[in-house]
Design a protein around this ligand. Structure first.
Ligand SMILES: Nc1ncnc2c1ncn2[C@@H]1O[C@H](COP(=O)(O)OP(=O)(O)OP(=O)(O)O)[C@@H](O)[C@H]1O
Ligand SMILES: [Mg+2]
Length: 332
């Protein structure tokens, strides 16, 4: 089960080392995971049965949804598997695929089924289960949602010959970019019919108008029963230019740190000035793929340098001051 020393705040602190920004989503995810394991530990002792709260991560492409889940899985020592809804939607054997996901969870638990029964399943690209363009609903996507519904609810699933895995205490996290959801939201943000004379009503209105609602997801193309099993929604924000700069520099395994390491192995120090990161961020921002394009732009700059470095006698340091000027080679 979850390590006793792990608290929501320590989960967030750990995520902070790898994921820049997205504070709200970090908190929501941390509390959801923490509460989930507290609930399992206490089940049986309480008169009130606490319902499972699966989580939905929604936000633009390349803003850290998959990264956050993968980082989380490294911290908490519970069986954790990632599955991709796209491949679920493409197969004719949905139930077999789902069985295979649960089997992987058991493998992660070294064959211990009871351990796997309190694991976490992350299903990415869940928005791909929506209806294709122009069709109200997609048959395959919908049947995948129904199949997932069953295991999210909690059901005994047969694995192999004699083994069963009970999915009741498995936490499900779903993630998706939901491209176009914003326009659906702005369309349904017509709430205004409640009398706004008192403060409470205004608060309710504001709340309805800023959050992703289950009805928005329904209109997007997910079936209501499915969105109903994902009561917690964590929203990811667009990354600003400043955040893109921080992403290249700050995380433990940032691009900058990775390449400083590569240069160090050549016996050379790499120094890239802040301005360069700002230039890269500016270009990446225009690509509108979140942080995804940073690496490509960075590598395009660094490759010609890496090409010549091994040929340079007694090179000590390389300084890059701008994306558009030659780097300085310092010998010593
Ligand atoms: N908030 C962030 N902090 C640090 N790095 C990030 C962040 N967001 C994205 N990245 C970088 O961009 C890459 C792509 O991000 P990620 O795979 O998490 O995107 P996503 O939100 O899952 O997008 P998609 O909806 O397209 O799957 C990551 O591997 C990471 O290097
Ligand atoms: Mg992703």
């Amino acid at each position: 089960m979850l390590d006793k020393s792990i608290k929501p705040s320590s989960i967030v602190r750990y995520l902070d080392e790898f994921v820049i920004g997205q504070e709200e989503a970090k908190k929501v995810l941390a509390v959801a995971v923490y509460s989930h394991y507290r609930k399992i530990e206490q089940s049986g002792n309480d008169d009130v049965e606490i319902a499972k709260s699966n989580v939905m991560l929604i936000g633009p492409s390349g803003t850290g949804k998959t990264l956050m889940c993968e980082t989380l899985s490294k911290l908490i020592k519970v069986p954790f598997v990632t599955a991709d809804a796209t491949s679920l939607a493409q197969t004719r054997y949905v139930n077999e695929e789902i069985d295979a996901i649960l089997q992987r969870l058991v493998d992660k638990a070294d064959g211990d089924v009871s351990k796997a029964e309190s694991g976490i399943v992350f299903i990415d690209e869940i928005d791909k289960l929506k209806a294709p363009q122009g069709q109200p609903r997609s048959i395959s996507g919908e049947s995948v949602q129904h199949a997932l519904l069953k295991i999210m609810e909690g059901a005994p699933v047969k694995l192999g010959e004699r083994q069963y895995i009970d999915t009741t205490n498995i936490l499900f996290i779903c993630g998706g970019a939901f491209i176009g959801l914003e326009s659906i939201m702005s369309k349904t943000h017509g709430y205004g019919f409640i009398s706004t004379s008192d403060a409470d009503n205004q608060n309710i209105l504001d709340r309805l108008n800023t959050r992703v609602k289950p009805t928005d997801l329904f209109e997007y193309g997910l079936i209501p029963e499915f969105t109903g099993r994902l009561p917690i929604i964590a929203s990811f924000q667009d990354l600003s230019r400043a955040m893109l700069v921080r992403i290249m520099i700050e995380p433990r395994n940032s691009i900058y740190n990775q390449f400083r390491e590569i240069f160090k192995n050549e016996g050379v120090e790499l120094e890239i000035e802040t301005k360069v990161f700002q230039q890269i961020a500016e270009i990446a921002y225009e690509y509108k793929t979140g942080a995804r394009s940073l690496r490509g732009i960075f590598e395009e700059m660094i490759t010609p340098i890496l090409y010549v470095v091994p040929d340079q006698e007694d090179l000590r340091k390389v300084v890059v001051a701008s994306l558009f000027t030659e780097p300085t080679f310092i010998r010593g």
